[in-house]
Design a protein around this ligand. Structure first.
Ligand code: SPV
Ligand code: MN
Length: 635
Protein backbone atom coordinates (compact mmCIF):
# COMPACT_ATOMS: atom_id res chain seq x y z
CA UNK A 1 0.00 0.00 0.00
CA UNK A 2 1.45 3.37 -0.95
CA UNK A 3 2.42 5.81 1.77
CA UNK A 4 -0.30 8.28 0.76
CA UNK A 5 -3.11 5.79 1.19
CA UNK A 6 -4.71 8.09 3.73
CA UNK A 7 -5.26 10.65 0.96
CA UNK A 8 -9.02 10.11 1.04
CA UNK A 9 -9.16 11.39 4.61
CA UNK A 10 -10.19 15.03 4.95
CA UNK A 11 -7.56 15.99 7.49
CA UNK A 12 -4.62 18.37 7.32
CA UNK A 13 -1.48 17.33 5.48
CA UNK A 14 0.43 17.47 8.71
CA UNK A 15 -2.05 15.14 10.37
CA UNK A 16 -1.96 12.78 7.41
CA UNK A 17 1.83 12.59 7.49
CA UNK A 18 1.73 11.95 11.17
CA UNK A 19 -0.85 9.15 10.85
CA UNK A 20 1.10 7.60 7.98
CA UNK A 21 4.21 7.62 10.08
CA UNK A 22 2.63 6.10 13.19
CA UNK A 23 0.42 3.48 11.58
CA UNK A 24 1.35 0.30 9.79
CA UNK A 25 -0.26 -0.76 6.57
CA UNK A 26 -2.88 -2.92 8.26
CA UNK A 27 -4.04 -0.12 10.50
CA UNK A 28 -4.20 2.29 7.60
CA UNK A 29 -6.36 -0.12 5.66
CA UNK A 30 -8.67 -0.66 8.61
CA UNK A 31 -9.04 3.07 8.99
CA UNK A 32 -9.70 3.88 5.35
CA UNK A 33 -12.34 1.13 5.22
CA UNK A 34 -14.38 3.35 7.48
CA UNK A 35 -15.94 6.29 5.68
CA UNK A 36 -16.55 8.57 8.58
CA UNK A 37 -15.17 12.05 8.57
CA UNK A 38 -15.81 12.76 12.24
CA UNK A 39 -13.94 9.61 13.16
CA UNK A 40 -10.95 10.59 11.06
CA UNK A 41 -10.95 14.08 12.46
CA UNK A 42 -11.30 12.85 16.04
CA UNK A 43 -8.45 10.41 15.62
CA UNK A 44 -6.15 12.88 13.90
CA UNK A 45 -6.77 15.50 16.59
CA UNK A 46 -5.85 13.20 19.46
CA UNK A 47 -2.92 11.56 17.73
CA UNK A 48 -1.53 15.03 17.22
CA UNK A 49 -2.19 16.04 20.82
CA UNK A 50 -1.29 12.85 22.72
CA UNK A 51 1.62 12.04 20.45
CA UNK A 52 1.84 8.25 20.79
CA UNK A 53 4.78 6.40 19.24
CA UNK A 54 2.42 4.13 17.34
CA UNK A 55 -1.25 4.05 16.43
CA UNK A 56 -3.00 0.75 16.04
CA UNK A 57 -6.50 0.42 14.63
CA UNK A 58 -8.23 -2.71 15.85
CA UNK A 59 -11.05 -4.57 14.14
CA UNK A 60 -13.33 -7.34 15.42
CA UNK A 61 -11.11 -10.08 14.00
CA UNK A 62 -10.06 -12.95 16.27
CA UNK A 63 -6.41 -12.06 15.49
CA UNK A 64 -6.85 -8.52 16.79
CA UNK A 65 -8.60 -9.77 19.91
CA UNK A 66 -5.87 -12.30 20.56
CA UNK A 67 -3.21 -9.70 19.88
CA UNK A 68 -4.52 -7.49 22.69
CA UNK A 69 -4.75 -10.39 25.12
CA UNK A 70 -1.07 -11.07 24.55
CA UNK A 71 -0.07 -7.42 24.40
CA UNK A 72 -1.50 -6.76 27.87
CA UNK A 73 0.95 -9.35 29.20
CA UNK A 74 3.84 -8.18 27.07
CA UNK A 75 3.22 -4.56 28.19
CA UNK A 76 3.21 -5.71 31.83
CA UNK A 77 -0.31 -4.39 32.51
CA UNK A 78 -1.36 -7.96 33.19
CA UNK A 79 0.52 -11.09 34.26
CA UNK A 80 -0.33 -14.72 33.62
CA UNK A 81 -1.55 -16.83 36.52
CA UNK A 82 -1.31 -20.58 37.06
CA UNK A 83 -4.87 -21.30 35.93
CA UNK A 84 -5.28 -21.39 32.15
CA UNK A 85 -6.69 -18.09 30.85
CA UNK A 86 -6.38 -16.22 34.15
CA UNK A 87 -4.39 -13.00 34.37
CA UNK A 88 -3.90 -10.38 37.07
CA UNK A 89 -3.76 -6.61 36.86
CA UNK A 90 -2.88 -4.11 39.58
CA UNK A 91 -3.91 -0.52 39.92
CA UNK A 92 -1.93 2.02 41.87
CA UNK A 93 -2.47 1.68 45.64
CA UNK A 94 -4.44 4.93 45.57
CA UNK A 95 -6.29 4.21 42.33
CA UNK A 96 -8.57 1.45 43.55
CA UNK A 97 -12.04 2.87 42.96
CA UNK A 98 -14.08 5.42 41.10
CA UNK A 99 -12.75 8.90 41.72
CA UNK A 100 -15.91 10.86 42.42
CA UNK A 101 -14.10 14.10 43.21
CA UNK A 102 -12.31 14.32 39.90
CA UNK A 103 -15.10 13.04 37.70
CA UNK A 104 -16.97 16.01 36.32
CA UNK A 105 -19.79 16.52 33.89
CA UNK A 106 -18.89 19.54 31.78
CA UNK A 107 -21.57 22.21 31.50
CA UNK A 108 -21.69 25.79 30.26
CA UNK A 109 -20.27 28.32 32.73
CA UNK A 110 -22.64 29.15 35.57
CA UNK A 111 -24.92 26.08 35.25
CA UNK A 112 -25.40 24.06 38.43
CA UNK A 113 -27.03 20.64 38.73
CA UNK A 114 -27.93 19.51 42.24
CA UNK A 115 -25.97 16.44 43.30
CA UNK A 116 -24.08 16.25 40.00
CA UNK A 117 -20.42 17.25 40.08
CA UNK A 118 -20.00 19.66 37.24
CA UNK A 119 -17.21 21.78 35.82
CA UNK A 120 -17.16 24.68 33.44
CA UNK A 121 -16.90 23.19 29.97
CA UNK A 122 -14.55 25.73 28.51
CA UNK A 123 -12.16 25.77 31.43
CA UNK A 124 -12.09 22.01 31.99
CA UNK A 125 -11.65 21.20 28.30
CA UNK A 126 -8.67 23.51 28.32
CA UNK A 127 -7.27 21.78 31.38
CA UNK A 128 -7.75 18.25 30.09
CA UNK A 129 -6.25 19.07 26.71
CA UNK A 130 -3.26 20.49 28.52
CA UNK A 131 -2.94 17.28 30.55
CA UNK A 132 -3.21 15.19 27.41
CA UNK A 133 -0.42 16.93 25.58
CA UNK A 134 2.23 14.29 24.72
CA UNK A 135 0.68 12.02 27.36
CA UNK A 136 1.08 8.97 25.11
CA UNK A 137 4.72 9.54 24.25
CA UNK A 138 6.42 6.15 24.37
CA UNK A 139 3.04 4.37 24.26
CA UNK A 140 0.89 2.78 21.58
CA UNK A 141 -2.51 4.27 20.95
CA UNK A 142 -5.23 1.70 20.30
CA UNK A 143 -8.33 2.65 18.33
CA UNK A 144 -11.27 0.33 19.00
CA UNK A 145 -14.91 0.07 17.92
CA UNK A 146 -17.81 -1.20 19.97
CA UNK A 147 -21.54 -1.03 20.42
CA UNK A 148 -23.43 -0.30 23.60
CA UNK A 149 -26.45 -2.60 23.56
CA UNK A 150 -27.09 -5.40 21.08
CA UNK A 151 -26.10 -4.79 17.45
CA UNK A 152 -28.68 -4.08 14.74
CA UNK A 153 -31.28 -3.07 17.26
CA UNK A 154 -33.13 -0.09 18.66
CA UNK A 155 -30.67 -0.23 21.54
CA UNK A 156 -27.44 0.04 19.50
CA UNK A 157 -25.15 2.98 20.28
CA UNK A 158 -21.83 2.88 18.38
CA UNK A 159 -18.69 3.94 20.22
CA UNK A 160 -15.02 4.55 19.56
CA UNK A 161 -12.47 4.08 22.31
CA UNK A 162 -8.99 5.49 22.06
CA UNK A 163 -6.61 4.40 24.79
CA UNK A 164 -2.96 3.64 25.42
CA UNK A 165 -3.79 0.82 27.80
CA UNK A 166 -3.95 -2.73 26.48
CA UNK A 167 -5.64 -3.63 29.80
CA UNK A 168 -8.49 -1.23 29.01
CA UNK A 169 -8.87 -2.68 25.51
CA UNK A 170 -8.74 -6.22 26.89
CA UNK A 171 -11.55 -5.37 29.31
CA UNK A 172 -13.64 -3.73 26.63
CA UNK A 173 -13.15 -6.73 24.37
CA UNK A 174 -14.62 -8.84 27.17
CA UNK A 175 -17.42 -6.43 28.05
CA UNK A 176 -18.81 -5.01 24.79
CA UNK A 177 -20.09 -6.12 21.43
CA UNK A 178 -17.53 -5.50 18.71
CA UNK A 179 -18.53 -2.63 16.45
CA UNK A 180 -15.93 -2.40 13.68
CA UNK A 181 -18.24 -4.00 11.09
CA UNK A 182 -20.97 -1.50 11.96
CA UNK A 183 -18.61 1.41 11.26
CA UNK A 184 -17.49 -0.06 7.94
CA UNK A 185 -21.02 -0.83 6.78
CA UNK A 186 -22.58 2.46 7.80
CA UNK A 187 -20.64 5.45 6.49
CA UNK A 188 -21.02 8.59 8.56
CA UNK A 189 -22.39 6.75 11.58
CA UNK A 190 -22.90 8.90 14.70
CA UNK A 191 -20.94 7.65 17.67
CA UNK A 192 -19.79 8.33 21.21
CA UNK A 193 -16.11 9.09 21.76
CA UNK A 194 -13.86 7.96 24.58
CA UNK A 195 -10.28 8.92 25.04
CA UNK A 196 -8.16 7.52 27.80
CA UNK A 197 -4.52 7.51 28.80
CA UNK A 198 -2.98 5.82 31.83
CA UNK A 199 -0.35 8.54 31.68
CA UNK A 200 3.12 7.92 32.95
CA UNK A 201 3.54 4.47 34.50
CA UNK A 202 5.61 3.36 37.49
CA UNK A 203 7.71 0.20 37.53
CA UNK A 204 4.63 -1.89 38.35
CA UNK A 205 2.99 -0.46 35.22
CA UNK A 206 0.50 1.50 37.29
CA UNK A 207 -0.58 5.08 36.62
CA UNK A 208 1.81 7.32 38.46
CA UNK A 209 0.50 10.88 38.32
CA UNK A 210 -2.63 10.45 40.38
CA UNK A 211 -2.59 14.11 41.36
CA UNK A 212 -3.39 14.72 37.71
CA UNK A 213 -6.14 12.08 37.53
CA UNK A 214 -9.09 13.63 35.72
CA UNK A 215 -12.26 12.18 34.24
CA UNK A 216 -14.32 14.70 32.33
CA UNK A 217 -17.55 14.02 30.54
CA UNK A 218 -18.37 16.42 27.76
CA UNK A 219 -22.07 15.93 27.12
CA UNK A 220 -22.21 18.49 24.35
CA UNK A 221 -19.30 16.95 22.48
CA UNK A 222 -20.40 13.34 23.19
CA UNK A 223 -16.87 12.75 24.40
CA UNK A 224 -15.34 11.38 27.58
CA UNK A 225 -11.78 12.16 28.64
CA UNK A 226 -9.93 10.12 31.25
CA UNK A 227 -6.25 10.53 32.16
CA UNK A 228 -3.72 9.34 34.72
CA UNK A 229 -5.84 6.47 36.00
CA UNK A 230 -6.29 2.79 35.27
CA UNK A 231 -8.96 1.58 37.71
CA UNK A 232 -11.68 0.15 35.45
CA UNK A 233 -14.48 2.38 36.71
CA UNK A 234 -12.37 5.41 35.75
CA UNK A 235 -10.74 4.13 32.57
CA UNK A 236 -13.13 1.73 30.80
CA UNK A 237 -14.94 4.43 28.90
CA UNK A 238 -17.93 2.40 27.82
CA UNK A 239 -18.84 1.48 31.38
CA UNK A 240 -19.80 4.18 33.87
CA UNK A 241 -18.45 7.07 31.82
CA UNK A 242 -20.64 6.27 28.82
CA UNK A 243 -23.59 6.14 31.18
CA UNK A 244 -23.41 9.89 31.65
CA UNK A 245 -23.68 10.40 27.91
CA UNK A 246 -26.52 7.93 27.46
CA UNK A 247 -28.46 9.20 30.49
CA UNK A 248 -28.47 12.59 28.82
CA UNK A 249 -29.44 11.10 25.46
CA UNK A 250 -32.19 8.88 26.91
CA UNK A 251 -33.69 11.73 28.92
CA UNK A 252 -34.11 13.70 25.69
CA UNK A 253 -35.51 10.75 23.79
CA UNK A 254 -37.87 9.37 26.45
CA UNK A 255 -36.18 6.15 27.47
CA UNK A 256 -34.00 5.11 30.42
CA UNK A 257 -30.34 4.30 31.06
CA UNK A 258 -30.21 2.50 34.39
CA UNK A 259 -27.69 1.08 36.85
CA UNK A 260 -29.57 -2.22 36.72
CA UNK A 261 -29.18 -5.92 36.37
CA UNK A 262 -31.54 -7.86 34.12
CA UNK A 263 -32.35 -11.46 34.94
CA UNK A 264 -34.86 -14.17 34.14
CA UNK A 265 -36.70 -15.65 37.11
CA UNK A 266 -37.92 -19.14 36.39
CA UNK A 267 -41.46 -19.75 37.59
CA UNK A 268 -43.93 -22.62 37.37
CA UNK A 269 -44.32 -24.46 34.03
CA UNK A 270 -41.03 -23.20 32.58
CA UNK A 271 -42.23 -19.63 32.66
CA UNK A 272 -39.44 -17.02 32.53
CA UNK A 273 -40.20 -13.54 33.88
CA UNK A 274 -37.63 -10.81 33.39
CA UNK A 275 -36.69 -8.47 36.21
CA UNK A 276 -34.55 -5.34 36.14
CA UNK A 277 -32.91 -4.37 39.42
CA UNK A 278 -31.02 -1.37 40.72
CA UNK A 279 -28.63 -1.65 43.66
CA UNK A 280 -25.78 0.70 44.53
CA UNK A 281 -22.28 -0.76 44.10
CA UNK A 282 -21.37 -3.46 46.60
CA UNK A 283 -24.98 -4.13 47.60
CA UNK A 284 -25.49 -7.53 46.01
CA UNK A 285 -26.35 -6.64 42.41
CA UNK A 286 -23.96 -9.09 40.76
CA UNK A 287 -24.71 -11.87 43.23
CA UNK A 288 -28.44 -11.35 42.71
CA UNK A 289 -28.03 -11.57 38.95
CA UNK A 290 -26.14 -14.85 39.47
CA UNK A 291 -28.84 -16.44 41.63
CA UNK A 292 -28.73 -20.22 41.29
CA UNK A 293 -31.49 -21.70 39.17
CA UNK A 294 -32.19 -18.39 37.41
CA UNK A 295 -30.63 -16.91 34.26
CA UNK A 296 -28.64 -13.74 33.74
CA UNK A 297 -28.94 -11.14 31.00
CA UNK A 298 -26.77 -8.49 32.66
CA UNK A 299 -25.41 -7.44 36.04
CA UNK A 300 -24.75 -3.72 35.82
CA UNK A 301 -26.24 -1.43 33.16
CA UNK A 302 -29.54 -1.63 31.31
CA UNK A 303 -31.25 0.33 28.58
CA UNK A 304 -35.04 0.36 28.99
CA UNK A 305 -37.25 1.36 26.09
CA UNK A 306 -40.97 1.32 25.44
CA UNK A 307 -42.17 -0.77 22.52
CA UNK A 308 -45.79 -1.58 21.69
CA UNK A 309 -46.92 -0.79 25.22
CA UNK A 310 -44.26 -2.92 26.90
CA UNK A 311 -41.00 -2.10 28.61
CA UNK A 312 -38.13 -3.80 26.79
CA UNK A 313 -34.76 -4.10 28.47
CA UNK A 314 -31.32 -4.90 27.10
CA UNK A 315 -27.94 -5.28 28.71
CA UNK A 316 -25.64 -2.53 27.54
CA UNK A 317 -22.73 -4.93 28.05
CA UNK A 318 -21.88 -8.61 27.54
CA UNK A 319 -19.37 -8.95 30.35
CA UNK A 320 -19.03 -8.58 34.09
CA UNK A 321 -16.70 -6.40 36.15
CA UNK A 322 -17.63 -7.89 39.48
CA UNK A 323 -16.50 -7.47 43.05
CA UNK A 324 -14.61 -10.38 44.53
CA UNK A 325 -14.91 -9.86 48.25
CA UNK A 326 -16.90 -12.59 49.99
CA UNK A 327 -17.31 -14.84 46.99
CA UNK A 328 -17.08 -18.44 48.19
CA UNK A 329 -18.53 -21.82 47.32
CA UNK A 330 -21.17 -21.53 50.04
CA UNK A 331 -22.67 -18.14 49.26
CA UNK A 332 -22.08 -17.91 45.52
CA UNK A 333 -21.58 -21.45 44.22
CA UNK A 334 -22.12 -20.67 40.56
CA UNK A 335 -19.79 -17.72 40.37
CA UNK A 336 -17.21 -19.45 42.54
CA UNK A 337 -17.11 -22.37 40.15
CA UNK A 338 -16.54 -20.05 37.19
CA UNK A 339 -13.86 -18.00 38.97
CA UNK A 340 -11.87 -21.04 40.00
CA UNK A 341 -12.01 -22.83 36.62
CA UNK A 342 -9.91 -22.22 33.51
CA UNK A 343 -11.24 -19.43 31.27
CA UNK A 344 -10.42 -15.90 30.21
CA UNK A 345 -10.63 -13.87 33.43
CA UNK A 346 -8.73 -10.74 34.46
CA UNK A 347 -8.41 -10.44 38.24
CA UNK A 348 -7.57 -7.02 39.58
CA UNK A 349 -6.22 -5.97 42.95
CA UNK A 350 -6.34 -9.47 44.44
CA UNK A 351 -3.55 -11.36 46.22
CA UNK A 352 -1.37 -13.58 44.05
CA UNK A 353 0.12 -16.51 45.91
CA UNK A 354 3.66 -17.80 45.47
CA UNK A 355 2.39 -20.59 43.21
CA UNK A 356 0.49 -18.19 40.96
CA UNK A 357 -3.09 -18.57 42.17
CA UNK A 358 -5.37 -15.78 43.32
CA UNK A 359 -6.79 -15.20 46.76
CA UNK A 360 -9.40 -12.66 47.80
CA UNK A 361 -10.97 -11.86 51.14
CA UNK A 362 -13.75 -14.35 51.86
CA UNK A 363 -12.54 -16.99 49.38
CA UNK A 364 -12.63 -20.64 50.46
CA UNK A 365 -9.52 -21.88 52.24
CA UNK A 366 -6.98 -20.29 54.57
CA UNK A 367 -5.43 -16.86 54.07
CA UNK A 368 -2.06 -17.41 52.33
CA UNK A 369 1.06 -16.64 54.37
CA UNK A 370 2.73 -14.66 51.57
CA UNK A 371 2.09 -13.23 48.17
CA UNK A 372 1.89 -9.95 46.32
CA UNK A 373 -1.01 -7.63 45.88
CA UNK A 374 -1.88 -4.02 45.08
CA UNK A 375 0.52 -2.91 47.83
CA UNK A 376 3.47 -4.96 46.51
CA UNK A 377 4.89 -7.83 48.59
CA UNK A 378 2.29 -8.87 51.13
CA UNK A 379 2.21 -10.78 54.42
CA UNK A 380 -0.52 -11.02 57.08
CA UNK A 381 -0.48 -7.94 59.33
CA UNK A 382 1.29 -5.73 56.79
CA UNK A 383 0.60 -2.04 57.32
CA UNK A 384 0.66 0.76 54.80
CA UNK A 385 2.39 4.12 55.14
CA UNK A 386 -0.53 5.50 57.13
CA UNK A 387 -0.34 2.55 59.52
CA UNK A 388 -3.50 0.88 58.25
CA UNK A 389 -3.53 -2.91 57.95
CA UNK A 390 -3.44 -3.96 54.29
CA UNK A 391 -5.95 -6.74 53.59
CA UNK A 392 -4.91 -9.55 51.22
CA UNK A 393 -7.18 -8.16 48.49
CA UNK A 394 -8.71 -4.71 48.16
CA UNK A 395 -12.42 -4.57 49.13
CA UNK A 396 -13.05 -3.35 45.59
CA UNK A 397 -10.93 -6.10 43.96
CA UNK A 398 -12.63 -7.19 40.77
CA UNK A 399 -12.84 -9.86 38.13
CA UNK A 400 -13.50 -9.22 34.44
CA UNK A 401 -15.08 -11.83 32.23
CA UNK A 402 -17.28 -12.26 29.20
CA UNK A 403 -20.70 -13.64 30.05
CA UNK A 404 -20.25 -16.55 27.63
CA UNK A 405 -18.20 -18.07 30.43
CA UNK A 406 -21.33 -18.36 32.56
CA UNK A 407 -23.38 -21.56 32.56
CA UNK A 408 -26.48 -19.59 33.63
CA UNK A 409 -26.41 -17.13 30.74
CA UNK A 410 -29.95 -16.47 29.50
CA UNK A 411 -30.36 -17.50 25.84
CA UNK A 412 -31.87 -14.08 25.07
CA UNK A 413 -28.97 -12.07 26.45
CA UNK A 414 -28.15 -10.62 23.04
CA UNK A 415 -31.67 -10.37 21.62
CA UNK A 416 -31.94 -7.23 19.46
CA UNK A 417 -35.51 -6.79 20.72
CA UNK A 418 -34.39 -6.93 24.35
CA UNK A 419 -36.63 -8.78 26.80
CA UNK A 420 -39.99 -7.76 28.26
CA UNK A 421 -39.44 -6.35 31.72
CA UNK A 422 -42.28 -7.30 34.09
CA UNK A 423 -40.78 -6.07 37.34
CA UNK A 424 -38.28 -3.52 38.57
CA UNK A 425 -36.62 -3.82 41.96
CA UNK A 426 -34.71 -1.25 44.01
CA UNK A 427 -32.46 -2.28 46.85
CA UNK A 428 -29.90 -0.60 49.07
CA UNK A 429 -27.82 -1.26 52.14
CA UNK A 430 -30.33 -0.40 54.84
CA UNK A 431 -29.90 -1.68 58.36
CA UNK A 432 -33.10 -0.42 59.96
CA UNK A 433 -35.96 0.75 57.75
CA UNK A 434 -37.17 -1.24 54.76
CA UNK A 435 -38.57 -4.77 55.06
CA UNK A 436 -36.83 -7.48 52.98
CA UNK A 437 -39.32 -7.30 50.11
CA UNK A 438 -42.30 -5.07 49.41
CA UNK A 439 -44.38 -4.25 46.35
CA UNK A 440 -45.31 -0.67 45.54
CA UNK A 441 -48.95 0.29 45.03
CA UNK A 442 -48.31 1.43 41.45
CA UNK A 443 -45.64 2.85 39.13
CA UNK A 444 -45.72 6.36 40.56
CA UNK A 445 -45.69 5.17 44.17
CA UNK A 446 -42.82 2.77 43.39
CA UNK A 447 -40.72 5.29 41.49
CA UNK A 448 -41.14 7.90 44.21
CA UNK A 449 -41.12 6.00 47.53
CA UNK A 450 -38.71 3.29 46.45
CA UNK A 451 -36.54 4.29 43.47
CA UNK A 452 -36.27 8.01 44.12
CA UNK A 453 -36.02 7.44 47.89
CA UNK A 454 -33.23 4.89 47.72
CA UNK A 455 -30.52 5.31 50.32
CA UNK A 456 -27.53 3.15 51.01
CA UNK A 457 -24.81 2.90 53.59
CA UNK A 458 -21.54 3.79 51.88
CA UNK A 459 -19.22 1.07 50.55
CA UNK A 460 -15.74 0.68 49.10
CA UNK A 461 -16.69 1.13 45.45
CA UNK A 462 -15.85 4.82 45.56
CA UNK A 463 -12.82 6.48 47.07
CA UNK A 464 -13.63 7.26 50.65
CA UNK A 465 -13.06 10.70 51.97
CA UNK A 466 -14.41 10.46 55.46
CA UNK A 467 -16.67 8.42 57.55
CA UNK A 468 -17.34 4.91 56.36
CA UNK A 469 -20.88 4.26 57.43
CA UNK A 470 -22.68 7.20 55.96
CA UNK A 471 -26.22 6.71 54.68
CA UNK A 472 -26.11 8.10 51.20
CA UNK A 473 -29.01 9.28 49.13
CA UNK A 474 -28.77 7.38 45.87
CA UNK A 475 -31.92 7.65 43.71
CA UNK A 476 -32.31 4.56 41.53
CA UNK A 477 -28.68 3.74 42.55
CA UNK A 478 -27.83 6.02 39.66
CA UNK A 479 -26.73 9.17 41.45
CA UNK A 480 -23.03 8.78 40.69
CA UNK A 481 -23.80 8.57 36.99
CA UNK A 482 -26.35 11.34 36.49
CA UNK A 483 -25.57 14.01 33.94
CA UNK A 484 -28.95 15.74 34.14
CA UNK A 485 -30.73 17.27 37.10
CA UNK A 486 -32.42 14.84 39.46
CA UNK A 487 -35.74 16.59 38.94
CA UNK A 488 -35.60 16.02 35.20
CA UNK A 489 -34.48 12.44 35.71
CA UNK A 490 -37.44 11.65 38.00
CA UNK A 491 -39.89 13.43 35.72
CA UNK A 492 -38.62 11.35 32.82
CA UNK A 493 -39.21 8.21 34.87
CA UNK A 494 -42.76 9.24 35.77
CA UNK A 495 -43.49 9.94 32.10
CA UNK A 496 -41.95 6.65 31.03
CA UNK A 497 -44.55 4.77 33.09
CA UNK A 498 -47.43 6.37 31.21
CA UNK A 499 -49.22 4.81 28.25
CA UNK A 500 -47.97 1.31 28.92
CA UNK A 501 -50.34 -1.58 28.42
CA UNK A 502 -48.25 -3.67 30.83
CA UNK A 503 -46.66 -1.57 33.52
CA UNK A 504 -43.88 -3.42 35.34
CA UNK A 505 -44.51 -3.98 39.04
CA UNK A 506 -42.11 -2.16 41.32
CA UNK A 507 -40.58 -3.66 44.44
CA UNK A 508 -38.07 -2.70 47.09
CA UNK A 509 -35.57 -5.21 48.44
CA UNK A 510 -33.39 -5.03 51.50
CA UNK A 511 -30.81 -7.75 52.14
CA UNK A 512 -29.19 -5.84 54.98
CA UNK A 513 -31.85 -5.42 57.64
CA UNK A 514 -30.55 -5.92 61.20
CA UNK A 515 -32.00 -6.38 64.66
CA UNK A 516 -31.34 -4.03 67.59
CA UNK A 517 -28.08 -5.85 68.35
CA UNK A 518 -26.78 -5.33 64.84
CA UNK A 519 -27.28 -8.92 63.67
CA UNK A 520 -28.47 -9.45 60.08
CA UNK A 521 -32.03 -10.71 60.01
CA UNK A 522 -31.57 -12.67 56.81
CA UNK A 523 -29.17 -15.07 55.23
CA UNK A 524 -27.74 -14.24 51.81
CA UNK A 525 -29.61 -17.10 50.19
CA UNK A 526 -33.02 -15.81 51.34
CA UNK A 527 -33.13 -13.51 48.33
CA UNK A 528 -34.12 -16.51 46.24
CA UNK A 529 -37.46 -16.60 48.08
CA UNK A 530 -38.08 -12.88 47.62
CA UNK A 531 -37.63 -13.28 43.86
CA UNK A 532 -39.88 -16.33 43.69
CA UNK A 533 -42.55 -14.40 45.59
CA UNK A 534 -42.24 -11.37 43.31
CA UNK A 535 -42.48 -13.62 40.25
CA UNK A 536 -45.76 -15.01 41.56
CA UNK A 537 -47.02 -11.47 42.23
CA UNK A 538 -46.33 -10.52 38.60
CA UNK A 539 -48.64 -13.33 37.53
CA UNK A 540 -51.28 -12.65 40.21
CA UNK A 541 -50.68 -16.06 41.73
CA UNK A 542 -50.13 -15.04 45.33
CA UNK A 543 -51.91 -12.60 47.64
CA UNK A 544 -50.27 -9.91 49.72
CA UNK A 545 -50.96 -7.80 52.79
CA UNK A 546 -51.57 -4.09 52.36
CA UNK A 547 -49.53 -1.93 54.74
CA UNK A 548 -49.01 1.87 54.67
CA UNK A 549 -45.86 1.50 52.55
CA UNK A 550 -47.00 -1.11 50.02
CA UNK A 551 -47.81 -4.80 49.76
CA UNK A 552 -45.87 -7.37 51.78
CA UNK A 553 -45.89 -11.19 51.62
CA UNK A 554 -48.13 -13.35 53.77
CA UNK A 555 -46.40 -15.64 56.23
CA UNK A 556 -47.89 -18.87 54.89
CA UNK A 557 -46.75 -18.09 51.34
CA UNK A 558 -43.20 -17.37 52.40
CA UNK A 559 -43.16 -20.47 54.60
CA UNK A 560 -44.04 -22.59 51.56
CA UNK A 561 -41.48 -20.86 49.36
CA UNK A 562 -38.69 -21.21 51.94
CA UNK A 563 -39.51 -24.90 52.22
CA UNK A 564 -39.68 -25.45 48.48
CA UNK A 565 -36.68 -23.42 47.30
CA UNK A 566 -34.30 -23.46 50.25
CA UNK A 567 -35.48 -26.48 52.16
CA UNK A 568 -35.61 -24.23 55.17
CA UNK A 569 -38.16 -23.93 57.95
CA UNK A 570 -39.24 -20.31 58.14
CA UNK A 571 -40.52 -19.44 61.57
CA UNK A 572 -43.28 -17.03 62.39
CA UNK A 573 -40.84 -15.28 64.72
CA UNK A 574 -38.41 -14.59 61.88
CA UNK A 575 -41.22 -13.36 59.68
CA UNK A 576 -42.43 -10.94 62.35
CA UNK A 577 -38.93 -9.58 62.99
CA UNK A 578 -38.25 -9.11 59.28
CA UNK A 579 -41.61 -7.70 58.23
CA UNK A 580 -42.46 -5.53 61.22
CA UNK A 581 -43.34 -2.05 60.01
CA UNK A 582 -40.78 0.23 61.64
CA UNK A 583 -42.79 3.43 61.69
CA UNK A 584 -40.31 5.82 63.39
CA UNK A 585 -37.58 4.84 60.91
CA UNK A 586 -40.00 5.08 57.96
CA UNK A 587 -41.09 8.57 59.05
CA UNK A 588 -37.52 9.70 59.61
CA UNK A 589 -36.65 8.47 56.14
CA UNK A 590 -39.50 10.45 54.58
CA UNK A 591 -38.28 13.56 56.41
CA UNK A 592 -34.73 13.04 55.13
CA UNK A 593 -35.87 12.43 51.57
CA UNK A 594 -38.29 15.36 51.50
CA UNK A 595 -35.56 17.64 52.85
CA UNK A 596 -33.22 16.56 50.07
CA UNK A 597 -35.81 17.07 47.35
CA UNK A 598 -36.79 20.47 48.75
CA UNK A 599 -33.23 21.52 47.98
CA UNK A 600 -33.55 20.37 44.37
CA UNK A 601 -35.32 23.15 42.50
CA UNK A 602 -36.88 21.14 39.68
CA UNK A 603 -38.31 18.28 41.74
CA UNK A 604 -41.75 17.36 40.34
CA UNK A 605 -44.44 18.40 42.82
CA UNK A 606 -46.00 14.95 42.55
CA UNK A 607 -43.03 13.58 44.49
CA UNK A 608 -43.94 15.61 47.57
CA UNK A 609 -47.61 14.64 47.33
CA UNK A 610 -46.88 10.92 47.13
CA UNK A 611 -44.46 11.08 50.06
CA UNK A 612 -46.92 13.13 52.08
CA UNK A 613 -49.68 10.57 51.46
CA UNK A 614 -47.32 7.87 52.68
CA UNK A 615 -46.49 9.92 55.77
CA UNK A 616 -50.18 10.31 56.57
CA UNK A 617 -50.79 6.58 56.19
CA UNK A 618 -47.87 5.87 58.53
CA UNK A 619 -49.09 8.37 61.10
CA UNK A 620 -52.56 6.81 60.98
CA UNK A 621 -51.11 3.36 61.60
CA UNK A 622 -48.91 4.67 64.40
CA UNK A 623 -51.86 6.16 66.18
CA UNK A 624 -53.84 2.93 66.02
CA UNK A 625 -51.10 0.33 66.34
CA UNK A 626 -48.00 1.92 67.83
CA UNK A 627 -44.44 2.41 66.57
CA UNK A 628 -43.48 -1.11 65.57
CA UNK A 629 -46.26 -3.08 63.99
CA UNK A 630 -46.29 -6.81 63.38
CA UNK A 631 -47.44 -7.73 59.86
CA UNK A 632 -50.20 -9.87 61.40
CA UNK A 633 -51.84 -6.69 62.70
CA UNK A 634 -52.56 -5.67 59.10
CA UNK A 635 -54.44 -8.83 58.17
C1 SPV B 1 -19.82 -0.01 40.27
O1 SPV B 1 -19.03 0.46 41.12
O2 SPV B 1 -21.04 0.23 40.30
C2 SPV B 1 -19.32 -0.89 39.22
C3 SPV B 1 -17.90 -0.89 38.96
O3 SPV B 1 -20.08 -1.53 38.56
S1 SPV B 1 -17.36 0.57 38.26
O4 SPV B 1 -17.01 0.27 36.91
O5 SPV B 1 -16.26 1.01 39.06
O6 SPV B 1 -18.45 1.53 38.30
MN1 MN C 1 -22.12 -0.76 38.83
Amino acid sequence: MPEDCLSTLKITTKQRDMLNEKMDEKSRRKLTNIKNHSLHEFLATYVELCNPDRVMVLSDSPEDIKYIREKAIEDGEEARLATEGHTVHFDNYCDQARDRENTLVLVPEGIKLSYVRTGSREEKLREIHELMKDVMRGHTMYVCFYSLGPLDSIFTIPCVQITDSSYVVHNENLFYRQGYREFVEKPGLEFLKFIHSSGELDDRKCSKNLDKRRIYIDIEGNTVYSVNTQYGGNSIGLKKLAMRLTIYKSSREGWLTEHMLIMGIHGPNNRVTYFAGAFPSLCGKTSTSMLEGETIIGDDIAFLRKRRGEVRGANVEIGIFGILEGINSQDEPLLYQVLTSPGEIIFSNVLVTEDGFVYWVGKDGPVPRRGYNYSGEWWPGKRDREGRVVPPSHPNARFSLNMKLLPNLDPRYDDPEGVKIDAIVYGGRDSDTWVPVEEAFDWEHGIITKGASLESERTAAVLRLGDECIREFNPMSNLDFLSISIGKYIRNYLEFGKGLSRTPLIFSLNYFLRDKDGRFLNEKRDKKVWFKWMELRVHHEVEAIEVPTGWIPKYEDLKKLFEKHLNKTYSEGDYVKQFTLRIPEQLAKIDRIVKIYRSIPDTPSRLFEVLEDQRMRLLGAKEKLGDYVSPFKFL
